[in-house]
Structure formats: C-alpha cells, structure tokens
Design a protein around this ligand. Structure first.
Ligand SMILES: Cc1cc2nc3c(=O)[nH]c(=O)nc-3n(C[C@H](O)[C@H](O)[C@H](O)COP(=O)(O)O)c2cc1C
Length: 337
C-alpha cells in the first residue's frame, strides 16, 4: 500500500496542511476564486493589501466632505453628513475578511502596505477583530533620499513593527525587499522586535520610460521563474540562524522551484503569478507533483526535507556565498556566440 505523505508545515505558529499559500493578489480579493483556491488545496490565503495612502486619502476626502456639509447645515441637529450606506475601503475589506472567515477552513492572513508609523496602523486592530489569523506588513519603500542612511531605513521597519506589536496579538509577518546591506541581520533584528516571520522577497515594480513622450510609465510584469533563485539562496542563508518563520515569494512557478525553496528552509511558498496565469486550480497540480517527488525520493513528510539544503546543513556551505562566484563566471564558455 502507498504510504501517505505528510505535507503539513508550521508557518507563523499556524499549522498549515501543506506549504502552498496563495499570495496577496487580485485573486484573493474574489470570494469565488478564493473558494477555488481552497478546493485546489491552498493551505492559506493572503488578502490584497490595505494601502496606507489610499486609506489616508479616503479619510481626508471624508473629513473634507463632513466639514463642508457641516458648514452648510449647522442649524440642523439631526443632520447626518455621511450617508448611512456609505462604505469605506476599510469597511469593504473587513466585510470580505469576515465573509472569508465564515466560509473557509484555511487561515486568512490580512495584509497592510505602508511605511509611516502613524494612525493608519490603528486599522490593524480591526483586522484582528474581524478574525484575521495573522497580519502581513508589506513595507514597499524605495530609499531614494540621499540624506537617509541604511540604518535609518531599517529603523523605519523596526518602528512600524514595534507599533504593530503594541496594537495586535496575532502573528505578524514582514514582507521585505531584498535591498538591505545585510538581509540576515535585518531579519534577526525583526525577530528581536517581535516578528513571527518574514516573507522574502517583495518584487519592486520598475517604472519605465516612454521613448516617444519621455513620460515615466508604470510597468507591471508578472514574475519569471529565474527570480526564485534569489529567494532560495537567502532562505538557505537564513534558515537555522534565526528562529522565525520563512516564506518564499517571487518566481515560484513550478514544483522544482517549490521543492528547492523547501530544501533551502522555507516554511511556506507563496504563489501569485503562476495562479494568475494558470488559474487557482493549478495549485492542486503542484501539490500532486510535490507529493509524487517526495514519494519518489523516499521522504515521509515535508518537515523531513525542510532546511536540509540550507547553508547551515549543506555539504558545501560556501557554495551559497562568494566562493562560488569565480567558478560560475569561469564556467561560461569563452567561444560562446
Ligand atoms: C496584480 C498583483 C497584485 C499584487 N498585490 C499585492 C498586494 O496588494 N500586496 C502585496 O503584499 N503583494 C502584492 N502582490 C505581490 C504578490 O503577492 C507576490 O509577492 C509577487 O507577485 C511575487 O510572487 P509571484 O512571483 O508568485 O508573482 C501583487 C502581485 C500582483 C501581480
């Protein structure tokens, strides 16, 4: 009889039935697609982010509206400046979250995106109260100020996390970019400041220049599979050196890259572009392939393989660092056209 493989993993203190998590994207904003993701075996979903700038913009609009209405109606005591059926972006988000919590069996991770340590972080309490199993903070920050040091940039992240920790008691994951002088050190600092996990790495969308108009145009490309290698390397370098959950995001399109991330030490692998391209049902195919690979290679569980090729455990730890560099460039054939 074929042995059952245990695909379960632990992520942010949550027991997930397998490591495949549907990453934050328009897919997870849609109830029907989220149900399809659950049916296809996704072990958790991350909601699209609530963005600091849109929350603040909406708040300002509302204040302006209330102020102008109040000026025109100051004598009417019973006047309600905001229509009863008005729903803010936050209201809609909370409604979606509550709905998902009532229909899904898998954990739902809420997400916030911002950079300033101000009032918008208060909304995290409402996300927790609406049933979010964890919160992901996506700090999308381009450090363009020449006067700002790397330490100041890092302090921003830490200060945001400190504020969050004072407001909520659900697990917090920090979604980071790869652009730190020392990624491992930053992750260790985040752990010390109370992060339960990190999600590596955020993709920066690069603006492009239109050569006809010379305008800067926004540009969104889905990821390419090559991007997974950067994530795999850093997860391998970090695993075993810090004690917090590690999720890989960026370029995971096939089962091979998912297996590599797990071997490197990921507790969870996030999927986004591949699901946008192939549909939520593709998750089931990837899970089947993962199970097949584990069986073929005589593993009994995902836990058994996790981190076994991290730098901490690798036969050749230096291969994840600089020493490999010279060999790699020398391996390029000099006669290649
Ligand atoms: C259309 C689109 C919308 C996204 N929205 C969010 C978001 O709201 N918050 C967030 O943290 N990441 C967001 N992401 C990033 C993804 O969650 C994921 O981290 C990234 O695409 C890398 O994974 P992938 O290679 O599987 O696509 C978005 C990505 C796409 C393509």
């Amino acid at each position: 009889m074929r042995k059952m493989i245990d695909l379960s993993t632990e992520y942010l203190g949550l027991r997930l039935k397998n490591p495949l998590v549907a990453s934050s994207s328009p897919l997870t904003a849609n109830l029907q697609q989220v149900e399809q993701l659950q049916n296809a075996g996704a072990s958790a979903i991350v909601l699209p982010s609530l963005f600091e700038e849109s929350l603040q913009h909406e708040q300002k609009q509302l204040e302006r509206f209330v102020h102008s209405q109040a000026l025109g109606n100051y004598e009417a005591d019973s006047f309600h400046p905001v229509p009863d059926n008005y729903k803010s972006e936050l209201d809609n988000y909370l409604e979606h979250l509550e709905k998902l919590k009532s229909v899904l069996d898998i954990p739902v991770i809420a997400s916030m995106n911002g950079i300033s340590d101000t009032g918008w972080l208060d909304y995290s309490t409402q996300l927790m109260q609406a049933g979010a199993d964890a919160l992901e903070l996506n700090v999308y920050y381009v450090a363009a100020d020449a006067q700002q040091s790397g330490v100041e940039v890092e302090d921003r992240y830490l200060s945001l996390l400190n504020s969050l920790r004072q407001k909520i008691n659900i697990p917090v994951a920090m979604k980071l970019s790869s652009q730190f002088s020392s990624v491992s050190n930053m992750v260790a600092k985040l752990q010390a400041a109370g992060a339960n996990g990190v999600v590596l790495f955020n993709r920066f969308y690069q603006p492009d220049i239109d050569l006809e108009t010379l305008q800067i145009k926004p540009h969104l490309d889905l990821s390419s599979p090559m991007e997974s290698l950067l994530r795999i390397r850093w997860i391998a370098l970090i695993r075993g050196r810090v004690d917090l959950s590690l999720a890989a995001t960026g370029g995971f399109h096939d089962v091979d890259s998912i297996i590599k991330a797990l071997l490197a030490g990921a507790d969870a692998v996030y999927l986004c572009s591949v699901l946008l391209n192939k549909g939520p049902g593709y998750c089931a195919e990837l899970l089947q392939q993962l199970e097949h690979w584990l069986t073929e290679h005589e593993y009994e569980s995902v836990k058994q393989m996790q981190g076994s090729v991290s730098q901490f455990c690798a036969i050749d730890p230096a291969a994840y660092e600089h020493s490999n560099y010279l060999d790699v460039i020398k391996s390029y054939p000099s006669n290649k056209k």
